[in-house]
Design a protein around this ligand. Sequence first.
Ligand code: PMP
Length: 382
Amino acid sequence: MSENIYFDYAASAPLDPRVAEVMDKVARLPGNPSSVHAPGRELRRRIDVARKQVAALIGGETGEIIFTSGATEANNHAVAGLYDLAVGTGKPGRILISPFEHASVSAAVRRLVEEKGAVVDLLPVGRDGLISAADVARLITPETAVVAVMWVNNILGTIQPIEEVGQAVAEARAARGRLGLPLFFHCDAVQAAGRLPIDVKAAGCDSLSLSAHKIYGPKGVGALWLRRGLAVKPLLVGGGQEETRRSGTENAAGIVGFGAAAEIAQAEMTKDSARAAELRRRLLDGVKNRSGWRVLTPEEKAVPNIVFIQHDREDGETLAVKLDAAGVAVSSGSACDAGHRQPSAAIRAVFGDRAATQGGTRISFGRFTTETDLDVLMAALN
Ligand code: PMP
């Protein structure tokens, strides 16, 4: 690991050494998982194990997991695919989303607006950073084709009421009857996986996206869980891998690493959460005692490993640079937002334009964060 004390787990969690070990073995194996010979079959077998491990983390079936290049691809695939499936060649439909979806959802939605004439409805957000299922129920119209709400926000860490949203969508769908437009619910669970128990059946969603590198797996691999029977068009066509739902030779080492990371995440979720909660308690105690800092993450309604704070005189970008110079890696927003230097959609939606322009400091941590790391961070915040 680099010299920096690392507090940017929400951007990417460090690779778990146990995951690195299995990946290394698989990366050295010859063969193509589609080949019928023994080396090919061995890779296929290992990918099948990973599929079970990932499915188990979210209570899904193995046949419902499509391995992808990450959650960006999974979100793009779900949003475009479900919209097309609902609307088909009929007149444009509506898409109901939270205003703080990750760019891989919001940009995919924007593309449907530009290219297919879709209309977007945005859910209102409370001061606690949460959308409500009542608003979902209220804002679904007979033309709504897709509802998309992320489980855990990547900037604030807020946990959205996904099961209630799923229930609201199910009721709206039932009220439409057989002749109505199909209605689908997509959930980006990237920041929820490994932090909260996930059960796709209880969540009532039709698709759900995951990313390996947020759960101590490798970057560049993820999954789309797609409810059985949904004939969503593939994004990539070709060799017919992933049962024709995602062509391209499988990233075998990455997928196996993802599987191992998912299994560890499931086994150690309670331990990881308790540890993060203890670190957060110390962090918040420290921050609240320092003048100038304001905690924007609503503690009671957020995962324990993400805390977003703001300073009354310094902007987030400057702080991130200063902390980096002090050897501490944090984020001023999300990594993807930061690349474009765009104010965070989440901060804007909850706290307004001024707070969003000023930005802040997202401190995120996890399995490998030590008390000593926290001491260094606290000293640097001074
Ligand atoms: N959704 C959320 C909530 C995220 O935090 C991220 C990662 N920044 C993504 C989607 C995209 O995931 P990936 O890096 O695997 O493309």
